[in-house]
Ligand binder design. Structure first.
Ligand code: SAM
Length: 276
């Protein structure tokens, strides 16, 4: 039975409902870029995300394209361990065809994890890999929590950091990348999203910042060169322009990532392999 749960996500965790709502909408597309049968039920359990409709209108198509980008990165990595940082209402454990023997860890704030587990239970969701939720605050000692949950630093890992870094102060983002790298054996992969300063300062983003500030989900950081940032932590990275991604999938370039409309403002989509 579907129901609105008692304690829907609040604060920065509420942004996870926004992304799930975009994924749910994509299911009505004639040729969806991915299938996510659980997204609508998760949004329903959270009591809808209509307060964030303005953000979704602006960035919904980007959320869809980035979902497909990271799906493809994770599946082509085919590493036996997957760690999804700030997983939110991500349902990749349930919807992607993982190789046999895959273990997938999902990290997020304890209250979000609790909500998600209750909602998935109500939706009778069954994972397609071994799935281990790890409630933690990524500004604290999440690495110990991950190891305690069964993560093995000697196994090659595919890391995903989607829709996270902008919400963290620069030093917290750096610390996360430090520990991700320290826990990565050679051949591990990483995929991330971040933005540059020009993107944060776009006039089109003002209303988004106001909305997020009201949620207590302020954007706190940016990066000018993600390839260099990742290289400083031992990763060999490449960046995909969101406009190229849209072209690859025969979709219109979302206005928020269209160079003709936003100039040098960039949402970074990067993938990397650990070289040390
Ligand atoms: N990656 C998911 C996706 O794309 O669907 C969720 C992205 S959502 C925009 C941001 C997520 O970051 C939320 O689920 C929120 O709870 C999580 N988050 C933000 N700050 C966090 C922190 N300090 N520790 C753990 N999770 C955090």
């Amino acid at each position: 039975m579907k129901r609105v749960l008692q304690r829907p996500p609040v604060g920065v965790a509420r942004t996870a409902v926004l992304i799930a709502a975009a994924r749910a909408t994509e299911q009505r597309h004639l040729r969806p870029l991915f299938t996510d049968p659980l997204a609508a039920g998760l949004v329903e359990a959270a009591g809808s995300a209509s307060d964030l409709n303005g953000v979704r209108t602006l960035a919904g198509e980007h959320f869809v394209l980035r979902t497909r980008y990271f799906d493809d990165q994770l599946l082509s990595s085919a590493r036996p361990q997957v760690v999804i940082m700030a997983a939110g209402l991500d349902t990749r454990a349930f919807r992607l065809p993982w190789p046999p023997g895959t273990t997938l860890f999902e990290l997020d704030l304890p209250e979000l994890v609790e909500f998600k587990e209750d909602a998935l239970h109500d939706l009778h969701a069954r994972p397609r890999c071994e799935r281990i939720p790890v409630p933690c605050d990524l500004r604290d000692d999440w690495a110990s929590a991950l190891i305690h949950a069964g993560f093995d630093p000697n196994r090659p890992t595919a890391w995903l950091l989607e829709g996270l870094f902008m919400f963290l102060p620069p030093d917290a983002g750096d610390r996360i990348l430090y520990w991700v790298s320290a826990l990565s054996t050679r051949g591990s992969t990483l995929a991330l999203e971040h933005v540059n300063r020009a993107f944060r300062e776009l006039p089109q983003m003002r209303a988004v910042h106001e909305r997020f500030d009201a949620l207590d989900a302020r954007w706190r950081s940016d990066v000018e060169d993600p390839v260099e940032w990742l290289a400083s932590h031992g990763w060999h990275a490449s960046v995909t322009h969101p406009a190229d991604l849209a072209a690859r999938h025969e979709r219109a370039v979302p206005a928020i990532t269209d160079p003709a409309k936003v100039g040098d403002a960039r949402i970074w989509l990067a993938s990397a392999i650990h070289a040390v």
